[in-house]
Ligand binder design. Sequence first.
Ligand SMILES: *Cc1c(COP(=O)(O)O)cnc(C)c1O
Length: 383
Amino acid sequence: MDEIIRERPKLLTPGPTPVPLPIRRVALEEPIFHRSKDFAEIFLRCRQNLAKLFQTKNLPLILTSSGTGALESAVVNFTNPGDEVSIVVGGKFGERWQKLNASYQCVSDSIKVDEGSHVTVEQVDASLRKHNSPKVLFIQASETSTGIYHPIEQICDHVRRNFKDVIIVVDAVSAICAHDIKMDAWGIDVLISGSQKGFGVPPGLAFIAVSDRCWNQYSERPKFYFDLKNETKGQDDGVSAWTTATTLVQQLDLALTSLAAKGPEELASDHARMSQAARSAFQAAGIELFAKESPSHALTSFIPPKECDATTMQKHLRDHYRFQIAGGQGGLKGKILRLAHLGFFDDFDLITALTAIEKTLMDHKYSYDHGVIISTALKKLSL
Ligand SMILES: *Cc1c(COP(=O)(O)O)cnc(C)c1O
């Protein structure tokens, strides 16, 4: 196609995810005044719809930052220096909790999980028992760097029964919308997500919901931009403490109207179906999955064959078929690829992406039953 009118590559990445045209169009309008009544109405509607997806009665706060800003705010607002914390580390995002907690002088025990595996209730229990007075458990729902989903419900159940004062902080940045996460029912204290993942909005907004129990643990640390108590005061009237990214909030409003109408259960089952189809499709062609047990519904991580290794496949998909797929991070660079099926991504988007992957494998003379990826996916999606 003509270089000048070629569209950008289609996003198969676990953030940013594709932004539907009606949501993109919102950004063409003149910005709205962030202290106006009209905007407060939009802002509050967003918080209410977010609460439906987070499955909590406490309205999530909207922060102008990437997801990591909300992670940092959880550490700043709900820990004090010297607090004993446990951190699940099975990939890049577990490491991020480690670095944040180290920056803020928490005493952490890392629960090391092999990359591509999920943490167990027993491992979490053993770590919390190492402390004299365990204060917080930091975990990811979907560890986006490896493609696994930690068993959040079982872990919450165990922690709530056995360590009732421990604050459970869940990084669900890539999990909300893809998984059915019941914040209040499961006893999660802090639940975090971000605009560029399941919400189909460009990067720049983060969301954080906080339980009543957790507010009692509000820290004495000095804080300013991410002072969540200060934020709550204004946001309860639809006004953020600092100028929010108004355009992104308007885009979010449109996205949430659609997502909340579907509801968390149906969204999760759509994502589960796509994820099952993608996994079966790769396996049918003899391609090894990286996250074999408890895979995330947000993305499928796989090990490309040597005839068409990760670097080759990623480049070929981009240069020849205009699809942007994500590679591995850190030690997994060049070893795995990560195909996201998150947010405003449907069965046909998945089929299209898998077709490009099939074509890429054929272009590189990978030997397998041609067509089996698509036919397997189609069958699974029709179940
Ligand atoms: C994307 C993501 C984040 C946030 O990353 P930012 O680049 O700061 O938006 C945090 N945790 C997980 C699991 C993620 O997938």
